[in-house]
Design a protein around this ligand. Sequence first.
Ligand SMILES: C[S@@+](CC[C@H](N)C(=O)[O-])C[C@H]1O[C@@H](n2cnc3c(N)ncnc32)[C@H](O)[C@@H]1O
Length: 341
Amino acid sequence: MERPDTIPPERTDRPLARIVSSAMLLHAVAALIELGVVEELAGPPRPLDDVARALTVPEERLLVLVRAAVATGLVEEPSPGLFSLSSAGDHLRIDDPQGLRDLFRMCTHGDFFQAWTRLGHSVTSDRSAFAIHTGQELFAYLSEREAAAAVFNRAMNSSTLAAPLLREIDPAETGTMVDLGGGEGATIAAVLRACPSTRGILFDLPHVVEGAPPLLREAGVEDRCSIVGGDFFEGVPRGADVYLAARVMQNWADPDAALILRNVREAMGATSRLLIVGHLPEQDRPSEFLEAMSLSMFVLYGAPLRTREQYEALLASVGLSLHEVRRVPDGESIMDVRPMP
Ligand SMILES: C[S@@+](CC[C@H](N)C(=O)[O-])C[C@H]1O[C@@H](n2cnc3c(N)ncnc32)[C@H](O)[C@@H]1O
């Protein structure tokens, strides 16, 4: 007897399958980086036995990993048994200009990664998941752990946003620029290289700026960049034309963020500008990526991302106003902030 055609029921579990598989595939990507498979697969397609020999790993075990990487779209198999990185996979290479490899490494490394397991607990308390997991807030933790700080600083240094930032800066109007929480100076170095008449001040915690001199020397800008170790909750250098806070304001909940901004407002002259670089979610157009970034800030720092409207209210509370926003969808936007008259 012929069976009637049946319409399969709609798969309502698809979103769950996607979430759980991406959580697993994340580890495949971390292992590809850790084992050096990414660098081996850069360039023309290679047979797997060749890659396995170069890495001295068993080919059949390597195949499990590479098959998973093919499923993620980071590795391609243009003909059977030959593998190479896709253009997305290329971003995981050591010399990728966007620095995604080091950001990826940080997100999948040690306590940065394990802190996520305390997200539920964090929601029921007033502490960040990172602080619940490690017993310390992130910057205090990094000040005592050289290896983790190196992972963090490398992720920041390699992923600076110099190109979009430079479009916002008029070198003729930028005699001095202060990079607040500028880490080891990768961003200010890129700005000073592109603006030869600008002088820079790199401002970050004293133990962080200790790592800056080699980077500034290598960029050839050390004679135009002062290094100031300090605490932006206590005060910041005065009278610069441009203040930069790149990926800094989103590390703090409103009371702390307002204190930093009040100190910046006090240091600014009437024509100074503050450029805030960071992710900017939109309430009425939720993006999966920006919501994930917001969760990431909540896990690491205990503060979710702010919308434009939330920034406007925060800035107004300390005498600053949002002059213009360069929105980068699913990326880091730039807010041009001026003192209120
Ligand atoms: C997320 S990182 C951003 C680094 C850099 N601006 C960038 O975009 O790559 C935040 C920076 O804020 C610095 N920071 C944290 N607390 C600080 C404080 N109280 N005073 C000055 N800098 C601080 C950290 O050391 C770190 O370098």
